[in-house]
Write a protein that binds this ligand. Structure first.
Ligand SMILES: O=P(O)(O)OC(CO)CO
Ligand SMILES: [Mg+2]
Length: 287
């Protein structure tokens, strides 16, 4: 008989990997047929039937495994349909069924399933399945990070001039926001660094920090479901997380810098033109 008294979340962790793989297979299959594109908050905020269906599959599988009502769920598409986005102390799954929906729609080859699990607001594990590359990233708090079961580690570069930094443009196209983003990117590029990259998925970007392919990733405007799983993976690979102003990382703040070490993180933070995004879970003001 299984004894989970000393290790309560191992079964959940293993199952998350299984579910992420199943979800990734669904996404790969869906990409072979015509993709019908819809929009959410604005015309560049894309969603497809696949995002919605895969989220239902993931949440349905987790409810079936662990029992209806035992765990809470924060899923990108459920929140888009009006479900609450509030992280409590209860065991909570934080899910992005398709991270990189725009990539998926355009068949740009980076799309990830992101599944994280938090208890008492602490992230216990994260799974990111980069399904088009068939790379399964996973990490459990205190137990290391892995890609396809091989241990992964952040890079040991301390010299910013020898780094590659990742970021994204986001979906807010108001000229002042775009201006701030480009100003920051220009300042970082001109430090100078070896390169500036973006894969189009926050989850994959974080895994690239975790493998040491790049030194850091930062973004303002991402949501908890984009980064929760990646946060565990980066930390377990030896990396660090901070707010874009250098303060402590806050999962619900929609801002984050993750890096291989504090030297690189602090150097980037010096160049970031900070702005605020409405917190995950904060009420949407009436128009
Ligand atoms: O494709 P999604 O899930 O909207 O996420 C984007 C950021 O919001 C890429 O990370
Ligand atoms: Mg996402």
């Amino acid at each position: 008989m299984e004894n989970h008294s000393e290790d309560p979340w191992q079964r959940a962790y293993d199952f998350a990997v299984e579910v992420a793989r199943k979800a990734g297979e669904e996404i790969r299959k869906a990409g072979e047929s015509e993709i019908k594109v819809m929009t959410k908050s604005c015309i560049v905020d894309l969603v497809t039937k696949t995002d919605e269906r895969v989220e239902k599959i993931i949440i349905g599988s987790l409810k079936e495994k662990f029992g209806e009502g035992t765990h809470c769920f924060i899923g990108e598409e459920s929140v888009a349909k009006g479900e609450p986005c509030i992280l409590t102390d209860k065991p909570t799954w934080i899910i992005d069924p398709v991270d990189g929906t725009t990539n998926f729609v355009h068949r740009f080859p980076f799309v990830a399933v992101s599944i994280a699990f938090a208890v008492n607001k602490q992230l216990e594990f994260g799974v990111v399945y980069s399904c088009l590359e068939d790379k399964m990233y996973k990490a459990r708090r205190g137990r290391g990070a892995f890609c396809n079961d091989e241990p992964i580690q952040v890079s040991d570069v301390k010299d910013i001039h020898k780094s590659i930094i990742m970021s994204e443009y986001g979906i807010d196209r108001s000229p002042d926001k775009v201006n701030k983003i480009f100003t920051t990117m220009q300042k970082i590029l001109c430090i100078p660094v070896h390169g500036l990259r973006g894969s189009g998925t926050a989850a994959t970007n974080m895994c690239l920090v975790a493998t040491g392919a790049v030194e850091a990733f930062f973004e303002i405007g991402i949501h908890c479901w984009d980064i929760a799983a990646g946060a565990v993976i980066v930390q377990e690979a030896g990396g660090i997380l901070l707010d874009v102003d250098g303060g402590p990382f806050d999962l619900m703040s929609r801002r984050m810098v993750c890096a291989n070490n504090y030297i690189i993180a602090k150097r980037i933070i010096k160049e970031i033109d900070v702005f605020t995004a409405r917190r995950d879970g904060a009420p949407i003001p009436k128009q």
